[in-house]
Ligand binder design. Structure first.
Ligand SMILES: *Cc1c(COP(=O)(O)O)cnc(C)c1O
Length: 432
């Protein structure tokens, strides 16, 4: 039931994360609480970097997709590990900049960047702006000309790959709001347009086919399609594309039964495909970016809740209600995403029941999950929901005017607050 190696059960029967007792964390910081294991974040960063070194001669860099989980301390940890970073809004850029992140290692994404965002990105000197559409390209060209600079851009391409994942998190197909389509010739026209922009330096192409993908084949397929396009650009336009960003989307283990391919296998196979394609197409081997988000943040995190009410509805189901819900954990109501949960103070016992864990928001759909195996949970128990480090805090809201929980980092058994719990005054801070 413990989906990650950094979790364990101590002699008191309490669940531990990164050597820290979750029951002590709940007592010290209150619940709901997000807990992240800094050592695991760092370890995963190193695995990504090391595999690019090992299989691709170090000719590339992983960029952490900060939308998965962003706060200043996370940016500092990512910087310290030497990774780049992706941002998709001025808020994520601002967080990185304020944290002292080296902005030349930042890629700026988004399908509808505003002029304010583009100007800010240019002023920060981000490494690449990943241009999504022609309107943006023209606006960026004008901004760059006015500032007399020449930002480096990549173009977001839809390679037309079906990634076999949830419809809401598929992004590589022609019917997507992201990027330029290959099949229609739109992408080649965009390349021509970019080359003709004097104040833009077209350096690379980008694709991202989706999220929580377990198979390596769609990634290999996407790499092939993109390299074919790089060869076409060279042959038809005489222009050399130097960089290839293959996006993120690496699946993680949410449930015991999940069995994603290890990233090392991905990198080994995709590197082999890239090198052999480049040779047969007669093009230079590009530098590579990859953009893991979920795979760095999710396994390192968990959410702790206190159990309140328990409702047994005979022959129907048992509801165990917790002191959070869709405001801090929106992925169930959004995508029906499933998690493993453990009664953290009874972690040495069997998960002998099947229950619905419900949130406290005024929506029937506000559930953490249904039919979840769990120890017998009673009022006052602490429930840990596992692998919640990505797309939980970053998607959290103040629905029902709930205060956003604190985020605590754990490192070798020691804990510290990295995001404070919101106060009641925070809730009314912008009210007039
Ligand atoms: C969301 C996103 C990622 C990260 O995806 P994960 O599934 O979290 O790895 C990477 N690149 C782009 C462009 C994205 O939109």
């Amino acid at each position: 039931m413990l989906v990650s190696d950094n979790l364990s059960v101590n002699s008191q029967g309490h669940l531990t994360i990164g050597g820290a007792d979750t029951i002590e964390l709940a007592a010290q910081y209150g619940t709901p609480l997000y807990v992240m294991d800094e050592e695991l974040i760092r370890k995963t960063c190193r695995r990504f970097k090391d595999s690019i070194d090992k299989y691709y001669g170090g000719n590339g860099l992983p960029h952490y997709a900060s939308k998965a989980f962003s706060c200043m301390e996370m940016c500092r940890v990512i910087a310290d590990e030497g990774l780049g970073l992706d941002a998709v809004s001025i808020g994520e850029l601002y967080t990185a900049k304020k944290a002292g992140f080296p902005m030349e290692k930042v890629g700026f994404h988004g399908n509808n960047k505003t002029n304010e965002e583009l100007e800010f990105a240019v002023e920060c000197g981000v490494g690449q702006i990943i241009v999504d559409n022609i309107s943006e390209m023209k606006r960026l060209e004008a901004i760059a000309a006015a500032k007399n600079v020449r930002p480096t851009i990549m173009l977001r391409i839809k390679p037309g790959i079906d990634a076999h994942t949830h419809d809401f998190v598929k992004t590589g197909q022609i019917d997507s709001k992201f990027g330029f389509a290959l099949e229609t010739g739109e992408a080649l026209e965009a390349v021509k347009e970019a080359i003709s922009c004097e104040n833009l330096d077209l350096d690379g192409l980008h694709c991202h086919i989706g999220s929580q993908i377990f198979d390596i084949a769609p990634f290999e397929e996407a790499a092939k399609v993109m390299l074919g396009f790089i060869a076409q650009i060279k042959n038809e336009l005489g222009y050399e594309i130097k960089g290839l960003n293959l996006g993120g989307g690496f699946g993680i283990k949410y449930l015991e039964k999940d069995d994603p391919s290890p990233f090392e296998t991905y990198m080994e196979r995709v590197s082999a495909v890239v090198k052999s394609q480049c040779e047969s197409l007669g093009i230079a081997v590009p530098y590579i970016h990859i953009e893991p988000g979920r795979s760095i943040a999710a396994p390192a995190g968990m959410t702790l809740y206190t159990v309140g009410a328990r409702k047994e509805i005979p022959n129907i189901r048992t509801y165990v209600s917790v002191d959070g819900g869709m405001a801090d954990s929106p992925r169930y109501i959004l995508y029906g995403s499933e998690y493993e949960a453990v009664v953290a103070n009874k972690a040495d016992q069997e998960r002998s029941e099947r229950v619905t864990i419900a949130g406290k928001c005024c929506e029937s759909g506000d559930l953490i999950g249904e039919n979840m195996p769990l120890q017998h949970a009673e009022s006052g128990d602490i429930i840990a929901v596992l692998a919640t480090g990505a797309y939980n805090y970053s998607m959290s809201s103040n629905y029902n005017r709930l205060q956003k929980p604190a985020v605590v980092f754990v490192k070798n058994g020691e804990s510290r607050i990295v995001v404070k719990r919101e106060t009641l005054d925070d809730i009314i801070r912008n009210d007039i």
